[in-house]
Design a protein around this ligand. Structure first.
Ligand code: UT7
Length: 322
């Protein structure tokens, strides 16, 4: 049996930082409201000409350096994003070309905030099928360009960034198991109303924005993430006491606390970046992973649970040894 293991990670955050104080000048909000309701203190925002592939290339290069691989080694690229540079060609091909990676399968997965979990699970399946020896997996988003900066109910939540991982074969896990899910009945609770085949030509600046019934999303997120985390441990025969770290999607501190509580995990075992990154959608889990690997908290051999939840709804978890 071939398993897959993360050999190196990287991240890139745009240089511009927007604080809660900056937002107080833009909409009717307060630092106190944002901190207590979401946990966010600041977020990074891409420059006007900066695209998601720009962020991907920098995060990927950092992951390749950390793993000790070059562009010649990579034979699969999977990118989770909802904010690709173009409708086509897909963003993975843009990243492939810019990094000088040879012809190989390169595609993106659109699963909103769960994009990286879907992408990593897909790369793991390619590995188990013997179809890759070195996969570049990225979660990246420039979601600030979809945000209506006059809508206080959403603009305070999001940020931009990219997180990447190099995945290679191993004799033992690595990735122990992954669980993916989706339920399209919840589309109306969180969506962006314009797309390639719907109203694109009609849309003007300000016509389209992220539409979210935050309160209702919150309730389903807490329930679903608790369920998927418990299911992952149960089906893998792992007791929650064996977990070293929870690396959750960083949408809201209160959702993260509720998931940790359901797992009986102390918050000391939870990697938190929501305060510094905001909700970066598909980028949030791989960036949190990279932060904690680079600062030395996550060590080789430790057992990690990655989880995410997003528009669709989609959700997923990955249990893995680093
Ligand atoms: O990543 C994908 C999944 N997304 C999520 O997981 C997001 C899940 N939802 C959430 O994180 C939370 O629901 C929010 C942070 C979006 C909102 O927090 P909430 O505690 O659910 O607040 P709320 O929507 O119930 O609004 C409470 C009040 C409202 O005022 P009234 O009606 O009580 O007078 C809002 O108008 O807060 C008001 N409000 C704000 N006030 C100051 C909404 N946004 C703001 C704001 N500043 N930015």
């Amino acid at each position: 049996m071939i398993y897959s293991r993360i050999e190196g990670t990287g991240r890139y955050l745009p240089e511009r930082i927007m604080t809660n104080a900056d937002l107080e000048k833009m909409v009717d909000t307060s630092d106190e409201w944002i901190r207590t309701r979401t946990g966010v203190e600041r977020r990074h925002i891409a420059g006007d000409d900066e695209t998601t592939s720009d962020l991907c290339v920098k995060a990927a290069q950092a992951a390749m350096d950390a793993a000790g691989v070059t562009a010649d080694d990579v034979d699969l690229i999977v990118i989770g994003t909802t904010t690709p540079d173009l409708i086509f060609p897909n963003i993975a091909t843009l990243v492939q070309h810019r990094l000088g990676i040879k012809p190989c399968p390169a595609f993106s997965i659109e699963a909103a905030c769960t994009g990286f979990i879907y992408a990593l699970s897909t790369a793991d399946k390619f590995m188990k099928a013997g179809e890759t020896e070195c996969a570049l997996v990225i979660g990246a988003e420039v979601i600030s360009k979809l945000v209506d900066w006059t809508d206080r109910s959403t603009c305070v939540l999001f940020g931009d960034g990219a997180g990447a991982a190099i995945v290679k074969p191993a004799d033992e896990p690595g990735i122990v198991s992954s669980h993916l899910g989706a339920d399209g009945q919840y589309k109306e609770l969180l969506y962006y109303p314009v797309g390639a085949s719907k109203d694109l030509a009609k849309a003007g600046v300000g016509d389209s924005k992220i539409l979210m019934k935050g309160n209702e999303v919150f309730k389903v997120a807490v329930k679903t993430l608790g369920n998927v985390a418990a299911q992952t441990l149960e089906e893998s025969g792992i007791d929650k006491s064996e977990l070293d770290w929870l690396i959750p999607h960083q949408a809201n501190m209160r959702i993260i606390q509720a998931t940790a509580k359901r797992l009986g995990l102390s918050m000391e075992k939870v990697i938190l970046t929501v305060q510094d990154h905001g909700n970066t959608s598909a980028a949030s889990v791989p960036m949190a992973l990279d932060v904690a690997i680079r600062d030395g908290r996550i060590k080789r051999g430790q057992l990690l649970l990655l989880e995410a939840f997003g528009g669709g709804f989609t959700w997923g978890s990955i249990l893995m040894r680093y």
